[in-house]
Ligand binder design. Structure first.
Ligand SMILES: Cc1cc2nc3c(=O)[nH]c(=O)nc-3n(C[C@H](O)[C@H](O)[C@H](O)COP(=O)(O)O)c2cc1C
Length: 351
């Protein structure tokens, strides 16, 4: 059992916030396979205060989408406080503050990972959230701004002192982006520095990686991000590793295509036909990662524009693969392979 204050999870794992990805259909697919907690993508606190319709769309949820964490991005205590007021009436279970986003358009405003350079301000922001939120408060950080200023240990201690209920650390600096390997040593050092739960993020593409990071760092829980793209099954594998349910086999092609169809349908219901199909294109690429028989279908998926055409490709995929052939086990592919060209050019991509 893993707890963030009064929120108890049977399995110490969660789905990461991912801009341009973590919408309701994606979260619901992960939950179908046992994801115990999921986060919205980062929501700009100021935009929330302006009551922007687009921003509220990012908060769309449903009763099956619980427990839910809402991640806020911001650097003004007043806006964070007002954002909490704007969130009143919505159902959610955790508030997370983003001090991890490396994207220039965010950091140049002093938000996201730029907060790692302003420990006093970061503490104030956390204290503001702790004072006013009715739910547990967590903070997501990186190991530091760059390799010359790796300060996650100090930052985490300050965050905990300011009253946060858990710290999530992605073991890369802001300058690293997604390059190289996530540093496990810094996660261990954060774990040693604080008494609140520590959640590890970075390169968790398989159950084996999850087990390894727990062993090497002593972290209390793990946050899966790219490892869940096109692979919601990772959560049932993690649950089984923690004694919840029987160890599952990889999904059959029947199950894979069934899940793709469901995801497409939810995407269309949520976003409308045109946007729903466009949004699903990147998931088609992720779901079919490593499938040789999908090679010819992938470029087509980037062009189709109606749900019927997209479903047609899913049906072709089912027919193209020999029955009983299992979806390949998760690997540790490059960022490009993980994300596909569409997501990489997505301006909403942050992290
Ligand atoms: C497409 C994408 C969008 C992301 N958006 C966010 C975000 O909105 N907020 C955040 O804190 N992290 C974001 N991240 C970072 C992830 O939450 C996670 O910390 C990072 O990808 C490392 O985990 P991984 O190696 O398992 O992918 C994003 C990552 C990706 C790939």
């Amino acid at each position: 059992m893993f707890s963030i204050r009064n929120l108890h999870l049977a399995v110490p794992a969660m789905l990461a916030p991912m801009a341009g990805v973590s919408d309701l259909p994606f979260r619901l697919m992960a939950r179908k396979f046992g994801c115990p907690l999921a986060f919205t993508e980062m929501i700009n606190a100021r935009a929330l205060c302006m009551a922007s319709g687009k921003t509220f769309k990012l908060l769309e949820s449903s009763p099956a989408d619980r427990p839910l964490g809402v991640q806020l991005l911001g650097r003004e205590p007043e806006y964070l406080r007002e954002a909490l007021i704007a969130l009143e009436g919505l159902s959610y279970d955790v508030i997370d503050l983003n001090a991890a986003c490396p994207v220039r358009k965010v950091t140049r405003k002093g938000e996201g990972a730029a907060l790692l350079k302003e420990p006093h301000l970061l503490s104030r922001l956390v204290a503001t959230l702790v004072a006013h939120a009715k739910v547990p408060v967590t903070v997501k950080i990186r190991s530091g701004w760059d390799h010359l200023s790796v300060n996650a240990r100090d930052i985490a201690a300050r965050i905990a002192d300011a009253g946060a209920d858990a710290v999530c650390i992605h073991g890369r600096t802001r300058s690293q982006g997604y390059g190289g390997k996530a540093d496990r040593g810094i996660v261990r050092s954060v774990k040693e520095a604080v008494s609140v739960p520590v959640i590890a993020s970075g390169d968790l593409f398989s159950v084996e990686a999850v087990e390894k990071v727990k062993q090497e760092t002593g972290c209390d829980a793990v946050m899966v991000a790219r490892g869940a793209l096109g692979n919601p099954w990772i959560f049932r594998e993690i649950a089984a590793a923690y004694g919840q349910g029987v160890p599952p086999s990889r999904p059959s092609m029947e199950e894979l295509t069934q899940v793709m169809g469901e995801h497409l349908q939810m995407s269309v219901e949520r976003h409308g036909e045109a946007l729903g199909v466009i949004d699903f294109r990147k998931f088609f690429i992720w779901y079919t990662r490593g499938l040789k028989n999908a090679r010819l279908l992938r470029p087509k998926a980037m062009l189709v524009s109606t749900p019927e055409e997209m479903q047609g490709l899913i049906d072709e995929l089912r027919a193209a693969v020999s029955p009983g052939l299992n979806f390949p086990a998760s690997q540790t592919p490059s960022v490009e392979t993980q994300l596909g060209p569409a997501a990489l050019s997505n301006p909403g991509w942050t992290g």
